[in-house]
Design a protein around this ligand. Structure first.
Ligand SMILES: *Cc1c(COP(=O)(O)O)cnc(C)c1O
Length: 502
């Protein structure tokens, strides 16, 4: 084990000539120099592939912080030594998402081809803000966005942008909706009587956060209660009617396709119908679909019916870094009318964005919250080039099948009860500890069970609160996770449950 404070000898103190910084950098440009780092990736894929070894660490954040405490290194070390230190200091404590027993949050065990592409994206370091800084990948982003808008079912007027994720995509969509509702908002602000946002109670916090950031205030978010984890359509219509009666205007209605807690899909056709029916002087209400998680369903003929009606949205957020299994970060905002996007940020910056001679605006910066922006589109393109849409659809179907398999297994279980039929790759289930009737005590024991199981290193799952109660939750984000691993999860929970109760 290498201790963090340890330093390689300073060449100057050994009487050598001072280090030439350029030669230091040049020494790292070969495959041979990169080998120790690349081998860490290879070893990670290989070790997690066997399904052996712990899935996560049991060390506390404090213990890890203590181990890392060190002064800023002043002197160079060979890359191979850095790789060794990195391995012994840090890799021992990572969450191994590529391990088939990691069935936790909505972060993927990434597609290997995309992982290798990340190094190339960094090496080239093209910034997507301005076409002249990214001459090849700007048109590529337009192309990949077009694949996705075609998939939604939109025509040539559609467009979009890559984002850091669903949060930014939803924020940007709602800014565009704000610009439609209040045309001079960029100059004058939202005023004292801003329009409201309508969303389901299970909507991601991206929506309320956007309301805060946009200066609407959370009091201008109208939250519609759920029915079986979906936005209740009668309740939504009732809210829209009362808003109309009160003379309040609606900036946007946000529906969720694959909600975070349970993976349930809102009835997009019914929401779109209501948006048409409650149209105001601007036309139908702006429908934003947060498909950050469930957008992958669009690729699969079998799962596609869950997003029926998605083409009626005006904007769609979709994260390839969720169910398409891209590494972080790869988010997307798709717009039915590309020109809507130009209104989200009414920004001029003559030092950066120059008027285009072309028919198309090309520069991505004016439509994106980020200025400097990685060409993450390249890894999405490589994923489709390498695997093809059919294999990616099959992967999505497998993820969903595994959630259904666990649902089936637990349906006959005495202590664990599935709480919904999975609509995607997410399943919530409850634990009924024998002899415990008090709900608060059950919540405490449920938390303890998850903690014990995760600390055991055998697997890793999450928990959430559903209808006021703590429940266990899995998200299958790894193509390696099979039935045998879900059987092992049940066995692991059963044995940890016994320990919690003893
Ligand atoms: C994950 C998620 C988000 C947030 O996306 P980020 O990529 O984490 O910013 C928003 N909405 C839903 C439904 C999600 O599942």
């Amino acid at each position: 084990m290498i201790t963090p404070g340890e330093r390689s000898p300073d060449p100057r103190s050994l009487g050598d000539a001072p280090v030439d910084p350029l030669s230091l950098l040049e020494a790292d440009t070969t495959l041979a120099a990169a080998q120790p780092l690349l081998e860490l990736v290879e070893r990670y894929f290989a070790e997690t592939g066997t399904g052996e070894g712990p899935v996560s660490t049991w060390h506390s954040a404090e213990a890890i912080a203590d181990r890392l405490a060190a002064d800023m290194p002043r002197h160079a070390r060979p890359l191979a030594e850095v790789a060794r230190r990195l391995s012994s200091l840090l890799l021992v404590d990572v969450n191994r998402l590529a391990h088939p027993m990691y069935i936790g949050h909505q972060v993927s065990a990434p597609l290997p081809a995309a992982v290798w592409t990340d190094a190339l994206i960094s090496a080239l370091n093209q910034s997507q803000a301005v076409r002249e800084m990214s001459p090849a990948f700007t048109p590529l982003e337009y192309q990949v966005i077009e694949w996705m808008t075609d998939l939604v079912g939109w025509d040539g007027r559609a467009g979009g942008t890559m984002t850091s994720g669903g949060t930014e995509a939803t924020q940007t969509a709602l800014l565009a909706a704000r610009a439609r509702a209040i045309p001079d908002v960029w100059a004058r602000g939202v005023g004292t009587n801003p329009p409201v946002l309508v969303c389901g109670e299970h909507a991601h916090y991206a929506v309320t956060r956007a309301a805060g950031v946009m200066g609407l205030g959370q009091s201008h978010v109208v939250v519609v209660p759920s029915e079986s984890q979906r936005m209740s359509i009668p309740a939504m219509r009732e809210r829209l009617q009362s808003l109309r009666d009160a003379g309040k205007s609606v900036m946007a209605v946000v529906a969720t396709a694959g909600c975070t807690a349970t993976g349930a899909f809102d009835d997009l056709e019914a929401v779109a119908d209501a948006c048409d029916e409650f149209a105001d002087t601007n036309g139908p209400l702006w429908l934003h679909v947060d498909a950050a998680h469930g957008g992958g369903a669009m690729l699969s003929a079998r799962e596609r019916p869950r997003v029926r009606g998605i083409h009626r949205a005006r904007s769609v957020a979709w994260d390839p870094h969720k169910t398409l299994l891209l590494p972080l970060a790869a988010g997307m905002l798709l717009m039915r009318e590309e020109h809507d996007l130009e209104r989200a940020y009414a920004q001029s910056a003559p030092y950066l964005f120059t008027p285009s001679q072309d028919a198309r605006a090309w520069d991505m910066g004016p439509r994106s919250f980020q200025c400097s922006r990685r060409a993450d589109v390249l890894k999405v393109w490589v994923a489709f080039e390498r695997y093809g849409a059919d294999a990616l659809a099959a992967v999505y179907e497998k993820l969903c099948d595994m959630a259904r398999y666990l649902h089936e297994r637990l349906s006959q279980h005495e202590e664990f009860t599935p709480l919904h039929v999975p609509e995607s790759n997410i399943l919530c289930f409850s634990w009924q500890p024998p002899g415990i009737t008090d709900a608060t005590e059950r919540d405490t024991l449920t938390n303890a069970l998850r903690e014990r199981y995760n600390r055991s290193g055998r697997g890793w799952i999450t928990a959430t609160t559903l209808d006021g109660r703590r429940v266990l939750r899995i998200t299958v984000m790894n193509a390696r996770t099979g039935r045998e691993h879900l059987d092992a999860l049940v066995a692991g929970l059963e044995s940890e449950a016994k320990r919690v109760m003893s």
